[in-house]
Design a protein around this ligand. Sequence first.
Ligand code: EPU
Length: 341
Amino acid sequence: MLCIERHYSLKPFNTFGLDIFADYYTEINQVEDLTTLRRMDVFRHEKRVFIGGGSNVLFLNDFFEGLVIRIVTKGIQIVKEDENDVIVEVASGENWADFVTEMVRRGYGGLENLSLIPGSVGAAPIQNIGAYGAEIKDCFQLLQAIDLKTGSHVFFDAVTSDFGYRTSFFKTLGFGRFVITSVQFKLSKHPKIKPDYGSLKQELDQLGIQHPGISDVSEAVCRIRQSKLPDYTQLGNAGSFFKNPIIHRLLYEDLVREFPDIVAYRDGSETMKVSAGWLIEKAGWKGKRIGNVGMHDKQALILVNYGNATGTELYNYAMQVQYDIKKMFGVLLEPEVNIIH
Ligand code: EPU
């Protein structure tokens, strides 16, 4: 039964821990609920937003004048299996980190570098989540979605999902039109380990592991995350607030002359991806607190709520950081987090 709540607290459903309310709120427990919801007046007439784990959203206002829809569908099933690979289908409402733990436990490789990322499975492809040398697109097989305009079930493969760095079709041209209901991953029973990301390699070395398996990688990733990234249940945050900016080679060459220690990686033949964390730290924002908000003192890319912050306070702080970085380096930092008005 689909239940529409009024004036509903979203505090447990946004990892910034903002004390905010939605005018209307509902939870989707089964895919069929979406068909019912689509026909309802509240869906057709109100402004609406879908959330999963609430780990990549910043609500600007204390009161969202519209309908918040939280997807909580559950289920993990094997669709196909042979001696080498397994195709696993997961419902959108499953918790991402729990799902990865379960795959590692079963010995299915491919997702271990993405351990402990907060959020839901259905939200993961939208921004092509990535960490420690892997992205969701590497193991992605297919996803099912509902076209909110027509009500029909549609499928997207890796090509039509158009994945990019922290983006996909669902964040760009398809924005607002589709709701992802399940995702399929192709995982390997003889996985190729990806241990080469700088801090991951270091952690594995420190643990004395020379030939890591998927559970070693998963454990090392968890250790790094726990040491560097704040736990949102203790300190509200939404992971990296900004994307690492991609800049032209010529601008990069100018910057290296002025800042020889700048951290950047080649991205294309003419472009470089610069560490936003480095830019923010260099500009003096790492660990700098203004009122209830600040950039984290161990990872400058993470905007944190020290308690009782409002969405506007967080946003205004982020805009000051953005302004300073533009002024100092000529580089525009774009939010990775979805800003909800
Ligand atoms: N750095 C600094 N100062 C900082 C942070 C980073 O100088 O405060 C420099 C260091 O040189 C460091 C390098 O940047 O070695 C890379 O740092 P890190 O490995 O922490 O990665 P990141 O580029 O800052 C990205 C993702 C994270 C992901 C990590 C690990 C983005 C926007 N962020 O951060 O993802 O966990 O790599 O792979 O791409 C997220 O998306 O929410 C997120 C946390």
